[in-house]
Design a protein around this ligand. Sequence first.
Ligand SMILES: Cc1cc2nc3c(=O)[nH]c(=O)nc-3n(C[C@H](O)[C@H](O)[C@H](O)COP(=O)(O)OP(=O)(O)OC[C@H]3O[C@@H](n4cnc5c(N)ncnc54)[C@H](O)[C@@H]3O)c2cc1C
Length: 450
Amino acid sequence: MSGTEAPRARRVAVVGAGLAGCLLATLLGRRGVEVTVYERRPDPRIAGAERGRSINLAISARGLAALEEVGLREQALERALPMHGRMVHPRAGGRHAAPDFQPYSADGRRAINSISRAELNAALLDAAESTPGVTLRFSRRVTGVAGGRLMIDGVPGDAADVVLAGDGAYSAVRGSLDGIEAGQDFLEHGYKELTVPPRDGEFALDPDALHIWPRGDSMMIALPNLDRSFTCTLFWPRDDFAALDTPGKVRAHFARHYPDVAGLMPALTDDFEHNPVGSLVTVRCRPWVREVDGTLVALLGDAAHAIVPFFGQGANCAFEDCIEIDRCLTETGGRWDLALALYQDRRKPNTDAIAEMALDNFVEMRDRVSSPVYKVAHAAQHALERGLAGRYVSRYELVSFTTVPYARIPARVRKQNLILAAVAGALTLIAGSAAALLGRALCRRSRRSR
Ligand SMILES: Cc1cc2nc3c(=O)[nH]c(=O)nc-3n(C[C@H](O)[C@H](O)[C@H](O)COP(=O)(O)OP(=O)(O)OC[C@H]3O[C@@H](n4cnc5c(N)ncnc54)[C@H](O)[C@@H]3O)c2cc1C
């Protein structure tokens, strides 16, 4: 979206130079809005990426559509590794021991893209910095908004008419606002990142897939990196991490539960001991827009609606927020109060929907994907998609390969499934009646021939 009119607010602040904050600042700068971005960290392009964040991200249709708006789609894709499906790794033993490749799309051609978070953030920072009207301020920790000013480390700082808070799942701005109902639901699972380095200079696993080791209550996944390594993420109940308190226990556990990859991780015990356990949180809050002493404050991205990462949609969804804010400014002629209210009304049902789908996908990934019933259903779904092109589209495709609003997806999938169930029922009835008719005809014929 690119409107030409300048919104009527002179001092606009974006809090957080993460993925959403940088994209939004760039979009606003291109509209002619003067915007200052305040980031708690030093410039990550100089200081290096923060440890403990996910190293790579799966970016799909929604994220790419948003990046296209600021001319970054192709640049992102050039540095991305496409993953055309999931490679499901069973436990060793038995006749199903070989990994099973499940394409993401019916035609096998669509892919989600493994992209380095640090590189994507750096590209977005470059884009924001080179946009006229955008100023970046690093090492500025915003702690709230009061008296028409941003509070920086608790001290009144620059004046601001509009504050757009993209300061992440544990948003300090959100925490400082009165009248916001904000719930944080933590999964009992945490996550820890490990590495599979290149083997003889090549990828040690197939780089065209997102690898999954589903283990019922827990799982590990791996996404490829450009340096031919893989970043693995363990999603385990927190107590399980704590239970492996010696290198010997770590090695034994991996040899037993992840036997095909344990030998590909030379730094396993070191990584396991030193890499932090991250939290997985769903943030449900409302409203997203408040007025504080005359300053309009709005939340976006994880600050408004952090979700668990099992659909690979958090960043994609945060990018969509930015596009929607830009679109609402265009539609309201740059009236921030109207635009932000409209943004909230449009986005909230969508982010609620993806939050639930992401939680649901955890069960699918850690448990269902390895069951024979799931595999048959998955193949049948793709056959239907090919046969009923455009009329039957799986939930995965709708979420990852389209920009259909998330809120429309659950109802559409339910409707498709009802129609399918009715068709399957009718076919069973027809087949049953045909079999009965055939049976009667054969009986008559055999009576006549006696
Ligand atoms: C393990 C894991 C895997 C994930 N995988 C994927 C994936 O594959 N695909 C996907 O789309 N999403 C994924 N996500 C989600 C994704 O990381 C987030 O949804 C995304 O980063 C949200 O962007 P954001 O800009 O809202 O927040 P952030 O990226 O968290 O950025 C917030 C910024 O604000 C800054 N900040 C924080 N507090 C302050 C303050 N007080 N003052 C100033 N600045 C502040 C931070 O330093 C940071 O730069 C994953 C998340 C996790 C945890």
